[in-house]
Design a protein around this ligand. Sequence first.
Ligand code: MG
Length: 287
Amino acid sequence: MLNYSKIGSFFSKLSQVLLGKRMIIAKSQKDLDRMREVGELIAEVRESLRGMVEIGITSMELNAVADKMIRSLGATPTFIGYHGFPYAICASVNDQIVHGFSNDIPLKNGDIISLDMAATYNGFVGDTAFTAPVGEITDELKQLIRVTEECLELAIEQCYPNKRVGDIGWAIQSHAEKYGYGIVRDYTGHGIGRAMHEAPQIANYGRAGTREKIRAGYCFAIEPMLNLGTHETRTLEDKWTVVTLDGKPSAHAEHSLAITADGPEILTLTKEQKAALKNSKKETVAA
Ligand code: MG
């Protein structure tokens, strides 16, 4: 029998080898300014979509809004045409992990939906994702979403110069395993810049102190994907939609960030979120 997860991990290893041979591109100050611009732009789109997720809406409607908004801001939806992908967003419901196709099925109470989106603006890419509840969801699903977001935060906290890419994977793995979640291995985070996928590949598992050294000027898209059950995946007949092998739900969270001399700077935040972060830092200093 065809073992999808084995094929998946074969490609994962192959791309790791290929990406491993590619240089990690450190960004100039001018490049970083552009990464900030596109990051803020796609964050505005993300928050608009977050506000729209409700019982009865379809992923096709969400896709249309994202497509229109990205273009109205003068940017291009990066996903459209990426190896033939047909939509502006990846919309993955319940057991769908990533790369889900938009469709006309209304979301129903108790669903969870992962929305992943990217824009290209002035030659640079911003990439972000989140999982949202539809109506009232179970405590089990609330925890899955919360822990996925916590894993992202813990991963970002590793992003200081002279730390290593393996520290990021370790931070995610060690937190997710406390809850017994399956950590998706077949799909990973990545470097980001002029291209959506640059080196290095950033696995959501790993050993502290291993892999490439993190340096100021690097930009990463970190994106833990956690499953309520097995980490194993399979791809549907559409050749894109990735689902959990056991049919249990999956959650996803992603930010693009830059590594500065002072540590991580999250690029995919809205103006409001950046202001709130600044204020909370001021309060911490004052305390
Ligand atoms: Mg990504």
